[in-house]
Design a protein around this ligand. Structure first.
Ligand code: CIR
Length: 254
């Protein structure tokens, strides 16, 4: 089965992206475009076919395509993003996944859910309940995913934008997080604190390889000491907008 990833070219208005937990720092849009090319090239070099969602130039945050959909097996649940500015972003993602043959469901109003709040590993789906995802959104997601055998667990989120800004999972299921930003690490039996905030964000490329930000060298060494191969990319311009490696793509596993 091909391993595909959805990506979406940054908007020329990227620098106007939303900010919630960090101060605005000027974004270099040309550099962001170069970094996005580097991110896409890194996925491709690791054997992932990338599929571009049609750009949404009028939506500054549209590059963060992960927030627009949750995909499990043959089902794509189109989200209803918590920020009104981001709600128009879902149409393009829905169109592409429909063309790829996915079954479609949708988070309906008044519920909200951002894909960045959804961490999946081995049949469990943790959903961060914070500024962007509410209980109705999480309940709707559970109704769509539970028939596929998933166990959906809501977790509190107050310190960061999205659940996956706080924690992600390594290939062996160890949940990694920058502890200061995790509301309740005891949710996970195997929680590993990492020394740098961007180190908490990994994209699983295969069973032994993770993609992560170049801004977390000490965490990179920690992962390498655990036997993982690490691909690191510069994404400084997206980090200024509370983005991370996870939110720049949607991985479709065949
Ligand atoms: C936002 O506030 O929605 C964007 N500036 C950042 C979204 C990052 N997405 C993610 O972590 N999944």
């Amino acid at each position: 089965m091909p391993r595909r990833a959805l990506v979406r070219r940054p908007s020329p208005r990227l620098a106007e992206g939303l900010l919630t937990h960090v101060e605005r720092v000027p974004v270099d849009v040309d550099l962001a475009l170069q970094q996005w090319d580097g991110y896409v090239a890194a996925l491709q070099a690791e054997g992932w076919e990338t599929v571009e969602v049609p750009p949404a130039p009028e939506c500054p945050d549209s590059v963060f395509v992960e927030d627009t959909v949750v995909v499990l097996a043959d089902l794509a649940v189109v989200t209803r993003p918590g920020a009104d500015e981001r709600k128009p972003e879902t149409a393009g993602t829905e169109q592409v996944l429909r063309e790829l043959g996915y079954r479609m469901e949708r988070i309906e109003a008044p519920g909200t859910l951002d894909g960045g709040d959804v961490l999946k590993h081995d049949g469990t789906v943790w959903v961060g309940l914070g500024g962007r995802t509410d209980r109705s959104g999480a309940e709707q997601l559970a109704r769509h995913l539970e028939p596929l055998g998933a166990r959906v667990v809501g977790v509190p989120l107050t310190k960061v934008l999205h659940l996956k800004s706080a924690v992600t999972a390594l290939p062996d299921g160890t949940v990694v997080g920058f502890e200061e930003l995790v509301d309740d690490p005891s949710v996970w039996t195997s929680f590993l604190p990492v020394p740098e905030e961007p180190g908490a964000h990994v994209v699983l490329l295969d069973e032994e390889t993770v993609l992560m930000s170049a801004a977390a060298p000490a965490t990179r060494r920690l992962y390498e000491d655990r036997g993982l191969r690490v691909v690191a990319v510069d994404i400084t311009e997206f980090e200024k907008l509370e983005g991370c490696v996870t939110c720049l793509s949607v991985r479709l596993r065949g």
